[in-house]
Design a protein around this ligand. Structure first.
Ligand code: ADP
Length: 489
């Protein structure tokens, strides 16, 4: 409920005080009275007052002194002077000293109430203006603080930060960006991105992201850039105004040179160890087969059982070695890709035929829907078989009994998309960026029972990247996953 409005009537004549009270109370005002200026100021100290009607001349303290003191202590309370005809000049003097208005005695009821109403309106307006000014000052302060905080964070970041506008001009950067790009600390003011960065694929990707951002606001880029010996991972996302108009992009450059060097060392190591292991493993497997076939003498049931179990383990190890070698070869660029025009639908049919029995074993239905009119892609057949065998095997493995795996294709003009969807256990959002890493396996209670190396998706990504394609995943925990492979025509 709104607070009642209090009018303080200050006059040494009781008849005026009573008269004003009689006029103002029916209008809904609370009326307080004082017989002189001193009494009025004492009252204002203990009781909130919204407007003062004050006689010009009073024995103890007149309106001029009230104006002075009240103006200091209660600047937002408007004071209306009550004056006789002969003292209008004095009343005007009071207005110069800050009085809001004056009424001359004898006054009319409607004139008095109108005057009080207008004074209150003015006071409301002044209060609102002050509130808005204070709010604006607070907002400006918060904004300045926010800007200063952002500035400090961006400038202290160990990663490079670069912001571009809609015209692909750099409008903001931090010192790490300048260092990573080998630019002088006092670089010239903002300008076209191409002047500072000559990486063509990156520039083209950023251009396409900028052009398509309003249609695909969630799209981000993750790319690798080489600057001499340095390897940088660039993550780019568009940013938007309140009306969802794209304003520009933000890119974070992370220096991954040390990881790359380590990775190269690890690849050499894996390559060497795998080679040294694969031949003896294959030999052991063959010798076991000879024994199991009874060619080295009779085999008891128990021996057969133990040898068969050993065979499964050896086969797992050989697969691990083969996948490690494949990845090492792809990463080192040794693997020869025989890029030929390929009907991807045929490859998918072969993969489905190959994995049909496995899917049946796990009570999973495999569905393939691919148009025979799909354009040809330029790809290496064996590599494509490997990619889709891995994706479909995963989809089967991570599906529940009775699950369904759908493989479908979409023609996007310049690209053909293959989707492998399941309604299996799904992947948590924070795991998604990691599953393409080598040896990474999600620690999901249901995934633990599934035998795997954590190399399948790394191999998929390596092969697809080598084809200048891309692989993405959309997944919801408990609902399923869709892996989308884009291959150039
Ligand atoms: P793995 O041999 O463990 O399957 P991958 O590299 O193929 O190795 O996959 C890495 C991890 O990604 C898996 O351990 C699994 O947790 C997760 N993953 C891959 N495909 C799926 C899928 N279709 N559904 C749920 N999780 C998946």
């Amino acid at each position: 409920m709104a607070e009642p409005t209090t009018v303080l009537v200050v006059d040494d004549e009781k008849v005026i005080r009573d008269g004003c009270t009689l006029l103002l109370q029916p209008e809904g005002y609370v009326v307080a009275t004082a017989a002189d200026g001193r009494e009025a100021l004492d009252l204002m100290r203990i009781q909130p007052v919204d407007v003062v009607l004050c006689d010009l001349k009073m024995p103890r303290m007149g309106a001029l002194e009230v104006l002075e003191e009240a103006g200091r202590l209660h600047p937002d309370v408007p004071i209306i002077i009550i004056t006789g005809h002969g003292t209008v000049a004095d009343a005007v003097e009071c207005m110069k000293k800050g009085a809001y208005d004056f009424v001359t005695k004898p006054f009319r009821a409607d004139h008095l109430t109108l005057c009080v109403k207008r004074a209150l309106e003015k006071q409301q307006l002044e209060r609102e203006t002050r509130r808005l000014q204070e709010e604006q000052a607070r907002n400006l302060y918060t904004l300045a603080m926010e800007q200063s905080r952002m500035h400090t964070i961006v400038n202290c970041m160990a990663d490079g930060v670069m912001v571009t506008n809609r015209n692909l001009e750099i409008v903001l950067w931090n010192p790490t960006f300048l260092r990573l790009m080998g630019l002088a600390p006092s670089v010239p003011p903002p300008g076209p991105l191409a002047v500072y960065l000559d990486d063509k694929p990156f520039l083209e990707a950023l251009k396409s992201l900028t052009e398509e951002a309003e249609k695909e606001p969630a799209r981000c880029l993750s790319q690798e850039i080489c600057r001499g010996r340095a390897h940088l991972r660039a993550m780019t996302a568009p940013f938007f105004g309140p009306d969802m108009k794209m304003l520009g992009t933000v890119t974070i450059f992370h220096d991954v040179t040390a990881f790359k060097e380590l990775d190269a060392m690890k690849n050499d190591f894996v390559h060497m160890v795998s080679h040294e292991l694969r031949s003896p493993m294959t030999a052991i497997k063959l010798q076991h087969e000879v024994i199991l076939q009874g060619l080295a003498g009779e085999v008891t049931d128990k021996q057969r059982e133990l040898l068969s179990r050993a065979q499964v383990k050896i086969q797992g190890l050989i697969e691990l070695i083969n996948e490690s070698l494949d990845i090492a070869k792809i990463e080192a660029g040794y693997r020869q890709l025989e890029l030929l025009p390929l009907q991807i639908g045929e490859v998918l049919q072969e993969v489905v035929d190959l994995l049909h029995a496995r899917a049946e074993d796990q009570k999973v239905t495999l569905k393939l829907s691919s148009s025979p009119d799909l354009p040809l892609v330029l790809a290496d057949r064996r590599s494509m078989e490997e990619v889709f065998t891995n994706l479909v095997t995963n989809a089967i493995n991570y599906s529940p009994d009775g699950g369904e795996v759908t493989i479908s294709t979409v023609d996007h003009g310049g690209y053909v998309e293959v989707r492998v969807s399941d309604r299996g256990i799904g992947i948590e959002p924070e795991e998604i960026p990691k599953i393409f890493d080598k040896f990474y396996r999600v620690k999901h209670p249901r995934a633990r029972q599934i035998i795997g190396t954590g190399l399948g998706l790394a191999l998929v990504k390596g092969i697809v990247d080598a084809h200048r394609g891309s692989v993405e995943v959309e997944s919801r925990l408990g609902e399923g996953s869709t892996f989308r492979v884009l291959l150039p025509r």
